[in-house]
Ligand binder design. Structure first.
Ligand code: SF4
Length: 325
């Protein structure tokens, strides 16, 4: 990284992390160099800078633009859905798929962190019975019940969802191998995006959560609940791993999907593990998606057009608004 880019990176991290002005007079550069470099940065609209030559103090602030994979992905799937959810801020109650995801994530987090062994007073996983796993799932659903409407709680759909979740979790625990030993679980990141084409930091902040990390900065993964079995092709075409590579600031990353498959009507549950690799192409693709999102969604510079697709059929909660649009 050039000295100029390094400076820009330091400012981006400092400025965006503090979310306010930062003061510094520490740079390993001559007194003449710093104002020149800062002026250059100001010229490309990246930063607002005021400096006091006498005091040798530079006051810098960055404009913080927050980006998350879910927002970018929603915009990419359907601009109109993004508009209803994030611009018009029309709130919708959670549906069953979201509750299922919350319950499974919570249960897996407890399980992976070894808290389950602690809670149940066991020394190793082989001693845990299916009944104890079931009890954990029922407990998780009870926590969520408080947020649900009476209509959701009343009826066979609710019983079915609880049963599916129970089977998913029990299968997962019984099928996952001893080789699977994460060093981090549910880790939050909030980092400035670096343009992979020229290594320059942007003032966009990518925020996200990594479900688990297996080898530091090299092998990470994600839990997915899905209504059908996934293929290797599907995983290889996924864009999400590229976002994680940008989050971690790496270009080569092994990415593991732990997929819990449920069939909605008959509560069969399966567990799949698929791996994919993040190469430069995926990182570039993720970057371009973010760039498009910042340039169009965040400036309102788009037509908010509906893009009818598979997702319309079963899970769009904005159907009514869409029909009236
Ligand atoms: S129903 Fe389909 S086209 Fe309409 S907002 Fe939802 S996802 Fe978009």
């Amino acid at each position: 990284m050039s000295k100029r880019n390094l400076l820009k990176h330091i400012i981006a991290v400092g400025g965006t992390k503090s979310e306010q002005d930062i003061l510094f007079d520490f740079l390993d550069a001559s007194e003449e160099e710093i104002p020149i470099m800062l002026e250059e940065l100001v010229n490309d609209d990246f930063l607002k800078v005021e400096y006091d030559f006498g005091q040798k103090i530079y006051k810098v602030s960055t404009e913080r633009i927050e980006v998350s994979y879910s927002a970018v992905n929603m915009f990419r799937q359907c601009e109109l859905k993004y508009y209803f959810a994030k611009v018009a801020k029309i709130q919708k109650p959670f549906g069953f798929p979201l509750y299922t995801g919350i319950v499974i994530h919570d249960a897996l987090e407890k399980y992976k962190k070894g808290r389950l062994l602690e809670v149940l007073g066991k020394s190793d996983e082989t001693q845990i019975t299916s009944k104890e796993l079931e009890a954990l799932i029922y407990h998780m659903w009870r926590v969520q019940e408080e947020r649900m409407s009476p209509e959701m709680l009343d009826g066979s759909r609710f019983e079915n969802e609880v049963e599916i979740t129970r089977r998913l979790f029990v299968n997962y625990v019984h099928m996952h191998g001893d080789d699977f030993d994460p060093i981090e679980i549910e880790k939050w990141y909030d980092v400035p995006v670096i343009n992979p084409y020229n290594d320059e930091p942007k003032n966009w902040h990518l925020r996200g959560k990594i479900d688990f990390e297996l080898v530091k900065g090299k092998k990470i993964g994600d839990y997915k609940t899905s209504s059908g079995k996934k293929t290797q092709d599907w995983v290889d075409f996924e864009t999400q791993p590229g976002f994680y590579a940008l989050l971690l600031g790496v270009k080569n990353l092994e990415f593991v999907y732990e997929i819990l498959n449920k069939k909605a009507k008959t509560p069969k549950a399966m567990f799949q593990r698929l791996t994919t690799y993040v190469d430069e192409q995926k990182v570039f693709q993720a970057y371009r998606m973010i760039e498009d999102f910042v340039n169009r969604a965040l400036t309102g510079n788009c037509a908010w057009l509906p893009s009818r697709g598979e997702h319309c059929n079963y899970m769009c909660s904005y159907k009514e608004e869409c029909i009236r649009w």
